[in-house]
Design a protein around this ligand. Structure first.
Ligand code: FE2
Length: 348
């Protein structure tokens, strides 16, 4: 183990000047910053956003800025460890809360970053993905995968609010982020068709067995069904084990998006649970209930719809404050990216 690396100060100014003139830099003064021992250098902080604080400001944005001037009316959650203009909640994940009012639309486009929507409140909203009209009910997860056309609309009453989660910081920093605008989509005759085709786990459209080129077959995961599945799973899950379901591609059994992973957690009444420290970063969104979270030594009280940032290499302890009702949380993380890059780790 190298005890002390050389510094810039130890080098003659004339030498440094010559390096600079040739667009060169010595590695050794910076090496430990790039490759620290044992644990990565993390700018990202654990952080908590209370929904009750954000909601009135988001509704105010509805008064202040017409949708035509916003395109997407979103308040972005900015991790306090980073510059606000970087618009990231973890190193790879962007999260915003988006508002659509009755009759409004968010126009059709497609882009290279992957995006998902987790519906927070309101009814009558829809997202159309490549011509498939997907209803948006509270708690539903809607995928808008990279390169697929998508637009949003609202045919109900009252505001609709959802959480957007994208791998935008990652795609932006590899200088691959861009978008294309399109005309409003022609609706396919089978709205919510992906739900129909992949109605039940373990049963697939027969022709998918011949498929080799897997895309994004299932675009909407209804919360109503995920919640029921968690309740059933909780009955056979021993105390101390996680009641947690992963959202997957039904044709491959693998994560349903390229870089971001999604799971739903249930905390039984009064339950305290610690998820292992992992190499990935993540964002917790409270779907139902209230409780406490300890993220890498920072403690937060959470309520319904609150959002919590989880840096890489952070253990998570969650407590359900209710002794009568279960609590439900949604987790988005970049574990699929870490797995693809070959360094995903869980630490005991
Ligand atoms: Fe988009």
């Amino acid at each position: 183990m190298t005890e002390q690396l050389g510094t810039l100060d130890e080098l003659p100014p004339s030498y440094l000047k010559e390096l600079t003139s040739l667009d060169l830099v010595p590695l050794w003064p910076f090496l430990r910053g790039f490759l620290p021992y044992g644990i990565p250098e993390r700018k990202t902080k654990p952080a908590h956003w209370a929904y009750e604080s954000i909601r009135p400001l988001l509704l105010q944005a509805g008064d202040l800025t017409p949708i035509e001037k916003a395109e997407r009316r979103v308040l972005v959650l900015c991790n306090p460890g980073h510059n606000p203009e970087d618009a990231l909640v973890t190193p790879t994940i962007y999260v915003g809360l988006q508002l659509i009012l009755p009759g409004e639309t968010a126009p059709n486009h497609k882009h290279t970053p992957s995006a998902v929507r987790l519906v927070v409140e309101g009814g009558g909203g829809f997202t159309t993905v490549n011509g498939e009209k997907l209803p948006m009910e509270p708690g539903d997860l809607i995928l808008t995968p990279p390169g697929l056309w998508h637009e949003h609309g609202h045919e109900g009453d009252g505001p609709i609010i959802w959480m957007d989660a994208l791998d935008l910081p990652l795609i932006y920093n590899i200088e691959a982020s861009y978008c294309t605008e399109g005309e409003p989509q022609q609706m396919k005759p089978d709205p919510d068709g992906s739900q129909t085709r992949y109605r039940r786990a373990g049963v697939l459209p027969y022709q998918s067995l011949n498929q080799r080129d897997y895309g994004f077959p299932l675009l909407r995961f209804p919360w109503r069904e995920v919640r029921e599945a968690l309740k059933d799973l909780s009955k056979i899950t021993p105390a101390g084990d996680a009641v947690q379901l992963a959202y997957v591609n039904p044709e491959t059994g693998q994560e349903c998006m390229p870089t971001l992973g999604f799971s739903a957690l249930m905390l039984r009444p009064g339950e305290e649970f610690t998820l292992p420290k992992r190499s990935s970063s993540g964002v917790l969104k409270v779907v139902e209930g209230r409780g406490q979270a300890d993220i890498d030594g920072a403690t937060y009280d959470w309520d319904q719809h609150d959002i919590i940032a989880v840096p890489t290499h952070s253990p998570i302890t969650l407590v359900n404050r209710s002794g009568q009702e279960p609590a439900y949380l949604f987790l988005v993380d970049d574990a699929p990216l870490h797995r693809k890059l070959g360094f995903y780790e869980e630490f005991k």
